[in-house]
Design a protein around this ligand. Structure first.
Ligand SMILES: *[C@@H]1O[C@H](CO)[C@@H](O)[C@H](O)[C@H]1NC(C)=O
Length: 245
């Protein structure tokens, strides 16, 4: 008996080390549907596969593998367990005003304008206006060239959900640079009183890169200088201890 359990322990170890990628996790979720219904879920996953879950709409536990089906059956026969889940489900409803409060407030996006390598051979240059972390989803991102709205050679992604109730989107402008022109990314969103303008400043960017390179160089120089000074001091103090004549 003891030998047997020892072996199964060993085998368990083998299993872990050869497969090497077991990842289990549990999730407790309140799902708010658009018609203001609430579903309370407790889920246990192993390697992204749902093994077992409690669903408040069903009011019971469901198993999705042979073993977890047995466990689910046992839990569903346990009134204390089910009572506890029902009590936890109510928390979703008491927390509902909190969620609604968050969802009623627009969140202002963080915008970054930068140049990227052109994707097509039509134009040599491309700008991307990245709009991050906004809520609600509705947004308008447009481009202006010397104040005039540009419609051609613009491509935009959809509003992409981050998964944390915030969204992001990216708009691309392909263009042929003209001397002295002003290119602007325009963002219109519920969080902003008026459209917010972001001007493209090519000189600024190259300046920033130069400053960054310069700072890195200076730091490296300082490190070498410091190392040199320490080395020099060590050598001279060592020599001073020995009388030369
Ligand atoms: C919870 O149960 C309801 C009713 O059967 C079902 O419509 C819903 O899809 C379930 N939710 C999940 C996440 O399985």
């Amino acid at each position: 008996m003891q030998v047997h359990s020892f072996f199964s322990l060993l085998c368990l170890f083998c299993f872990f080390s050869t497969v090497g990628a077991l990842f289990g996790y549990g999730l407790i979720r309140c799902q708010f549907t658009s018609n203001h219904e609430v579903v309370y879920l407790e889920q246990i996953y192993l390697n992204k596969v749902l093994l077992i879950q409690y669903n408040s709409t069903l009011g019971k536990v469901m198993g999705y593998t042979e073993k977890s089906k047995e466990i689910a059956d046992d839990l569903n026969k346990n009134p204390a367990f089910l009572r506890r889940r029902r009590k936890d489900s109510e928390k979703c409803i008491t927390h509902m005003p909190l969620v609604m409060d968050v969802l009623s407030k627009p969140v202002e996006p963080y915008v970054r304008l930068r140049s990227v390598e052109a994707a097509s051979s039509k134009h040599p240059a491309m700008l991307v206006c990245s709009v991050h972390d906004f809520y609600p989803k509705q947004i308008r991102v447009t481009w202006r060239r010397d104040g005039k709205t540009v419609t051609s050679d613009v491509t935009s992604t959809d509003e992409l959900p981050n998964g944390n109730w915030l969204y992001q989107m990216h708009s691309y402008l392909e263009y042929t640079p003209r001397r002295g022109e002003k290119i602007t990314c325009v963002v219109e969103h519920a969080s902003l009183m008026s459209p917010k303008l972001y001007d493209w400043d090519p000189i600024h960017e190259s300046d920033r890169n130069k400053i960054a390179a310069g700072t890195a160089g200076l730091l490296l120089g300082l490190i070498f200088l410091l190392a040199g000074v320490i080395y020099f001091q060590k050598n001279t103090t060592g020599r001073l201890l020995v009388p030369t004549s």
